[in-house]
Design a protein around this ligand. Sequence first.
Ligand SMILES: [Zn+2]
Length: 146
Amino acid sequence: MTNKTLSPGDILDAYCTKCRKMMNHTLIALVDEKPSRVKCNTCEGEHNFRNPPKTKKSASSGRTTAAATKKALAIEAKKTEQREEWEKSCAALANTSPTTYSMDIVVKAKTLVQHKKFGLGVVQNVIGENKMTVLFQDGEKLLRCG
Ligand SMILES: [Zn+2]
């Protein structure tokens, strides 16, 4: 991929001086096998090829992407963890019968509920008078109860 020879007409990512961001460009001219002149596919402006400027803005957007990736990974890890927890809890409570969920359900923590939409869940905590967290196959949800 990286040693692919570029030739005029190729599409490449370049910083557009008019759009002020990375855009698809059509390569017009090369110098020493490096892009020299490009045309923006978005604004159709022709300009010299340039790499993204090292501005504060691009640095922070880079950070955002890294942070977003990290966050996505953390969410994914938490999901897997919750899924395993759900499987374990369901297995541990397999010999109990789940309570069908309704808005006025009264349940205790570590019991099974059967929800119409979310399926089988394990009550995690009853919060105050009328809220509870229930772990379902696709994660923990806050539901009304009592
Ligand atoms: Zn442009």
